[in-house]
Write a protein that binds this ligand. Sequence first.
Ligand SMILES: [Zn+2]
Length: 148
Amino acid sequence: MFFRRASEDRAFREAQRAGYELLLQLQATHPWPDFPEQAVPAPAAEEAVAPDLLPPDLRVPSRQEVAGLMMRWQQPLVIDGEVRTCPGCGAYRDWIVFCMRDDFVWLRCRAGHETKEPRLDAAWYNRISGPVDRFHPTLEEGLRHLGH
Ligand SMILES: [Zn+2]
């Protein structure tokens, strides 16, 4: 648990809902977490539309079909009572949190450093994240959408 009191927990969840949870499609040519540098054109159908009206390749994929989930985490991230800092630059807030298909949680700081967080897992991620409402075909799209 990150918060001792229910009121704090509730406020925290509301803050988290303000961010979007995103999906990343697994792409063999873009293996995560080696973020590719080349730009990928933004798809025209990025914005959410009723899934049933879309052809299958534009529907929001299920969790089994994507490389992982991502969300923005602007508060300091407290794990086991200590604030998590980036080993690359010392940042302690404004993370992008990834939950990959293998259940591992990764953190990406504002400067783009990525680090695995073995103390967190998919169960933790699912507990604090909101419903999946966006799908991004590339990691870059997701990061841009989240403001990174
Ligand atoms: Zn960093």
